[in-house]
Design a protein around this ligand. Structure first.
Ligand code: BGC
Length: 760
């Protein structure tokens, strides 16, 4: 209540007992407000940086002037990692069970950074007796193509971080899925820079708006996990600028995160955390990033080189940015101006994010809200890949019995592993009681049973389950049912890639068998990236549920019975086989590096002897032809194209017009079916011949809700950034003059409308 409001309310005379009490409280309130104001004034005279009316950069500058060298250096490194025995330091216990801790400057009111991983929810809750909501995987959520969904995702995570006492997140993965076998693809947002950057940017913007320091990672070209601590990603600057860097640039410009995490891998020779080109030239100079660069955990390899290249904070230890950095400063090898730049950035991020003015209040996580948002995100993200002959949605007046096979569907759904892993409430559903904790690189399942969710939706249908471990028994059950649903899963985790895109553990054979005995077979996929489907022609329905999160079972049941009409579209291409990939055979780690690589993987830490591995490289000769662009140029037909996804209704596109002056397109979408639905209308552009980039690229999209029979005229502004090409020599972006083809439709391989945009 403001002072004026308090005075106004005190003017109304009411002479009963209640009003005397009210008057007492009003006067007490006025006195309280006045004394709080005088404290604040005194405080801001004493500590001018505590004035929230000043810009974050001004506040950072004021604090910087007060700091001793030791205080400055304390802001530039971590103090260990709570749950990694090899990374313990004296202050590790202050990390609140999270991934990292950076000392603050308490005498000046600058709080420590209390950091947690939070890829699709806050990590490491269970071990600390806390609870976190799991959202669907980031890749899954990207299938919604929805910035509002991304914002809800980020908001919940931001709120739950604060409720658990953290003030900084390590979420925000936006590396492109250029290698579909990458074990971290589920943490990222697919293969297109505009889609990935927009979704992750909005997610992190909303997460940081909850007053936690935001983060975008792993910068950059961290596109596989094999040899992740030393692999050299070799790519031309032009291609990198137009693909992976573009995704980061878009995400960073939307989110304005406090931090960007540099990656383990090398980029054209230099490690991500000592790469002058990517950190200093591109991120800080060209893009004007003002926050701080934080190293991936153990990703710092030098003192002077890393500092000059633009690394601001080493994590999780002080191997290079502790005593060695101090010695380098004192010996004049690292100038104080460089230290000040690092410190200014950390302080800026603290003020920008609001953690100084509004520190986290530890409390109870709003579990109900988490469930609700997680379910909504999943309902928008499930992708219907096949439905012929029409088996979905399930019609209970025709389907009286259903056989559910495999995938632990009786007890739960799978999640993604590694540092993004969210602890399942109540423990890992597939482990026997007593051994229910989350274990690094062991599959973790949430107790979210799709079998039970479907039974609840269809109380009059006979629904039976067979685990699929004995194919004969599964086939017997499937044979006698009106409908068979096989649950298939593909598990991904940090620090390992999948050897192939085939479903593991003979699941392909199980699906073939069930389809051979039941002509109405549906496959539900719980995958972290693309999978191959040798059985595709034998089944009637395919539903991609991704890693479905805390309420994924309910979302899936709603889609299967048609209470929710699917609308998700693929954020990455599903190839027919690995032979069609740019790198069909994975580049092998040279023999002399194998032992050290194994050693590093065993310890879960980068080997300090990383130079030994400098020979291991992946040459991204496909350049900016990532995902659908590659398939188009190579004339390869994918299994499912980028942007593809079916609905229980149908849509028709018509009437495309393009305004070249404003670079906007207008067209009409009509719902031609009998159900209401949401269509994601996609706009692609192909550059003029002179640009020498023959592929079409996503240039914009819109989600549109349509009642049966309804038409809507849609206007979409083409995103300029994807029309430009990068000139390496001039370090500048070019717009090629000429005619651009503009294509519109419901998938990258189905664009019925074509028009020309002219750039003069
Ligand atoms: C991962 C990061 C993570 C960090 C802290 C690293 O191994 O690559 O993504 O944020 O650990 O857990």
């Amino acid at each position: 209540m403001t002072l004026v409001a308090l005075l106004n309310s005190s003017r109304k005379p009411r002479f009963n007992r209640d009003s005397s009490f009210r008057l007492f409280f009003i006067f007490a309130g006025i006195l309280g407000a006045l004394s709080a104001a005088s404290v604040a004034i005194a405080q801001s005279a004493d500590r001018p940086w505590m004035n929230p009316g000043l810009a974050p950069e001004e506040r950072a500058e004021l604090v910087l002037k007060q700091l001793t060298l030791d205080e400055k250096l304390a802001l530039l490194h971590g103090n260990g990692m709570a749950h990694a025995s090899q990374w313990q330091m004296p202050l590790t216990h202050l990390a609140n069970g999270g991934a990292g801790y950076v000392e603050g400057v308490s005498r000046l009111g600058i709080p420590p950074l209390v950091i947690s991983d939070a890829g699709y929810g806050v990590r490491d809750s269970g071990a600390n007796g806390r609870y976190s909501t799991a959202m669907p995987s980031s890749l899954g959520a990207t299938s919604s193509w929805d910035v509002d969904t991304a914002c809800e995702f980020g908001t919940v995570i931001g709120q739950e971080l604060r409720a658990q006492g953290f003030n900084m997140t390590l979420g925000g993965g936006v590396d492109l899925a250029r290698e579909p076998r990458n074990g971290r693809n589920f943490e990222y947002a697919g293969e297109d820079p505009l889609l990935a950057g927009t979704v992750v940017g909005n997610l992190m913007k909303c997460e940081q708006a909850q007053h936690v320091v935001g983060d975008i990672k792993h910068y950059v070209m961290n596109d596989q996990e094999t040899g992740r601590f030393f692999v050299n990603s070799v790519i031309s600057k032009r291609a990198m600028q137009e693909s992976d860097l573009l995704a980061f640039h878009i995400a960073i410009s939307i989110a304005n995160p406090g931090a960007v995490m540099c990656s383990y891998n090398r980029i054209n020779g230099d490690f991500g955390c000592e790469n002058h080109y990517t950190l200093q030239d591109v991120l800080k100079k060209d893009w004007g990033f003002r926050g701080f660069v934080i190293s991936d955990w153990g990703g710092t390899h030098s003192t002077e080189k890393a500092s000059t290249a633009g690394l601001d904070q080493e994590q999780p230890m002080a191997d290079f940015f502790g005593p060695k950095l101090k010695a380098a400063v004192e010996a004049g090898q690292v100038p104080m101006s460089e230290i000040d730049d690092h410190v200014r950035r950390v302080l800026y991020a603290e003020f920008l994010s609001g953690i100084v003015d509004d520190p986290p209040q530890t409390g109870v996580v709003d579990v109900e809200k988490g469930f609700e948002v997680s379910q909504r995100v999943e309902e928008k993200s499930i992708v219907l890949l096949k439905n012929s002959p029409t088996v979905l949605p399930i019609n209970p007046s025709k389907v009286h019995s259903i056989a559910i096979i495999g995938g632990h569907a009786d007890i739960g759904m799978i999640s993604g592993g590694g540092s993004a892993q969210v602890d399942p409430p109540g423990g890992n559903a597939i482990m026997s009681p007593g051994k229910r904790e989350t274990i690094w690189q062991k599959q973790t399942w949430f107790s979210t049973s799709p079998l039970k969710a479907l039974q609840a939706k269809l109380p009059n249908t006979k629904i039976d389950f067979d685990p699929g471990t004995d194919p004969k028994s599964a086939a017997n059950l499937a044979k006698g049912a009106d409908l068979a649903i096989v649950f298939a899963s593909q598990w991904l985790s940090e620090d390992m890639d999948v050897p192939s895109l085939s479903l593991p553990d003979n699941q392909d054979a199980l699906i073939e068998l069930i389809a051979s005995v039941n002509p109405h077979t549906i496959v539900v996929l719980e995958s972290g990236t693309a999978v191959t489907m040798p059985w595709i022609d034998k089944v009637s329905g395919i539903v991609e549920a991704w890693y479905a999160g805390s309420s994924g079972h309910k979302a899936l049941a709603n889609i299967l019975v048609g209470e929710v009409n699917p609308a998700g579209k693929l954020p990455l291409t599903f190839p027919r086989s690995e032979a069609d990939l740019p790198h069909p055979d994975r580049p092998m780690i040279p023999a002399e590096s194998q032992a050290l690589a194994a050693d590093a993987a065993d310890n879960g830490t980068p080997t300090s002897n990383a130079s030994v591995h400098s020979g291991y490289a992946v040459h991204y000769e496909e350049g900016s032809e990532v995902g659908y662009k590659w398939y188009e140029v190579q004339h390869k037909q994918p299994l499912f194209a980028f942007g593809f996804g079916l609905s229980y209704t149908t849509y028709a596109y018509s009437g495309l017009s393009v305004d070249s002056a404003t670079k906007t397109v207008r067209f009409t979408v009509k719902n031609t079916g009998k159900r209401a639905g949401t269509e994601i209308a996609e706009v692609y552009a192909r550059l003029p011949k002179g640009a020498d980039e023959p592929y079409k690229r996503l240039a914009g999209w819109k989600r549109v809700m349509l009642a049966p029979g309804e038409s809507q005229s849609i206007t979409i502004a083409i995103d300029d950034r994807v029309l430009q090409t990068f000139d390496e020599e001039k370090n500048a972006w070019n717009v090629t003059k000429g005619e651009y083809q503009v294509m519109v439709g419901g998938s990258s391989d189905d664009t019925p409308l074509l028009a020309i945009l002219v750039v003069r």
